[in-house]
Design a protein around this ligand. Structure first.
Ligand code: MRU
Length: 348
C-alpha cells in the first residue's frame, strides 16, 4: 500500500488517507494549505514517524505558494515562519524536523529561486523522500530476514506499517519480508491504547494482505509471553538517541522489559533518518503529551467519570540495554549501539 500519501502538483493538494477513520471508513483528507497539513499531523489523520516527515515535506511546497500569495515582496519571511510551524507540529518523531530541514537545504542552495521554481524544487524533493522511504523500508525488511524463522510469532506494538511510512513499513517490513520469503509466520498486534493503532491499523493492513494476525489487549503481553506464544518482538521508533535509547509508542518500554524477563529477542526497526545522533541518550527526547480526553474516552465514548484527570504521554523511551538489535536500512546494529550508530552514514 503506497497511495495513502499522494500529492497533486497541478491542483496543489496533499491528499491523505484519513487514518482516524480506519478500519470502518476509507476516506481521504485533502490539504490545500499549510494549516491543513499541520492539522492533519496534529490530529493524526497521518501519523507514524516517516509518514509525517514525508507529509510535512509536501506541506513545505504548499507553504511557498501561500507565502508568495500573502506577501510577494517578502515571501521569504512568511515561508521561514510556516516551515517552523510545520516542523513543530509534533515533537517526538525526529523525521518531521529532519524532512523540513532537508527542504530548507534545498531552499538554501537555490537562494535566487522565485516562489514558482522553489515550489517545483520542493515537490521534487518530497517525491524523492517518499521514494527513498519506501526503499529504506524494503532494505529494513531484507536486513531482518536472518532474524525470523519458520513458524515464528512476532509481537508488535502500535502501527509501524505501510500507513506509518511512505509504504511497506518498518516493523511490518520485517513481517512482510519474512512472509514474501515464504516463511509461515504470524503476528500478535497489541491493541495500543489510547488511540488503538494496533487494533485499527496494524490489523487492517495485515488482514487485508492475508498475513495471520491476532489482536491482543495491551495488558495481556506478559501472559502471552509466559505461554510461549511470542518468539520475537519487533517495534518501530520515533527517535533513537546516539546510544540506542529508543522513543516509541507508549507501552513499548513495558513490552521490552517483559521480553527481557522471558528471554525473547526485542528488535527496533527504523530507517537511519529516525536516529538523532545529536542526542547523547534518551533523556533528551521530547515526549509529546496529548489531550487527557483521548484516555478518558474510547472512540468518542466517555469511559471515565467526567472531571477525572488522565495521563497521556504518547511515547516512552526504551533503554538501549533492553534492545537486542536495531534493524536499519543500512543493516543490523548490535550493541554497543553508540559505536554502531557512530559508523552510520547520515548523509546518504
Ligand atoms: O502516535 P503515532 O501513531 O504517530 O505513533 C507511531 C509510533 O509510535 C510508531 O511506532 C513509530 O512512529 C514508527 S512508524 C514506522
Amino acid at each position: 500500500m503506497e497511495d495513502h500519501i499522494r500529492f497533486d502538483s497541478s491542483r496543489h493538494v496533499l491528499d491523505l488517507l484519513d487514518q482516524r477513520l480506519l478500519p470502518a471508513r476509507e476516506k481521504r483528507f485533502l490539504c490545500s494549505t499549510t494549516a491543513d497539513v499541520i492539522t492533519a499531523i496534529k490530529t493524526m489523520v497521518v501519523r507514524g514517524a516517516p509518514a509525517i516527515g514525508v507529509s510535512a515535506a509536501f506541506g513545505c511546497a504548499l507553504a511557498v505558494r501561500e507565502a508568495a500569495a500573502e506577501n510577494r515582496q517578502d515571501w521569504q519571511a512568511g515561508l521561514d515562519r510556516k516551515l517552523g510551524q510545520l516542523a513543530a507540529s509534533r515533537p517526538t518523531a525526529v523525521n518531521l524536523a529532519w524532512a523540513v530541514d532537508r527542504q530548507r537545504s534545498v531552499w538554501e542552495s537555490a537562494q535566487d529561486a522565485d516562489p514558482e521554481r522553489l515550489y517545483n524544487l520542493f515537490v521534487s524533493k518530497a517525491l524523492e523522500m517518499q521514494a527513498e522511504d519506501i526503499a529504506s523500508c524494503k532494505a529494513i525488511g531484507k536486513a531482518s530476514l536472518e532474524l525470523v524463522h519458520q513458524g515464528d510469532c512476532i509481537l508488535t506494538h502500535c502501527n509501524a506499517g505501510a500507513l506509518a511510512t511512505a509504504g511497506y513499513g518498518t516493523a511490518l517490513a520485517v513481517v512482510r519480508a519474512a512472509w514474501e520469503a515464504g516463511l509461515r509466520i504470524s503476528v500478535i498486534a497489541d491493541e495500543t491504547r489510547p488511540l488503538l493503532q494496533g487494533a485499527r491499523l496494524t490489523c487492517w493492513e495485515l488482514h487485508k494482505e492475508g498475513i495471520p494476525v491476532t489482536l491482543a489487549c495491551d495488558n495481556s503481553c506478559a501472559c502471552l509471553m509466559s505461554k510461549g506464544k511470542v518468539q520475537l518482538v519487533v517495534v518501530g521508533a520515533d527517535r533513537i538517541a546516539a546510544n540506542g535509547d529508543t522513543a516509541n509508542k507508549i507501552g513499548t518500554m513495558g513490552v521490552a522489559l517483559l521480553a527481557r524477563h522471558f528471554s525473547i529477542p526485542f528488535y527496533v526497526a527504523a530507517p537511519v533518518s529516525t536516529i538523532d545522533p545529536a542526542l547523547k541518550n534518551g533523556a533528551g527526547i521530547p515526549i509529546e503529551q496529548r489531550s487527557a480526553s483521548e484516555v478518558t474516552s474510547v472512540l468518542d465514548r466517555q469511559i471515565a467519570p467526567r472531571g477525572v484527570p488522565a495521563y497521556n504521554f504518547a511515547f516512552d523511551v526504551t533503554p538501549a540495554e533492553y534492545i537486542t538489535a536495531i534493524i536499519t536500512d543500512q543493516g543490523l546494529l548490535r550493541p554497543p549501539f553508540d559505536r554502531a550508530i557512530a559508523r552510520l552514514d547520515f548523509n546518504r
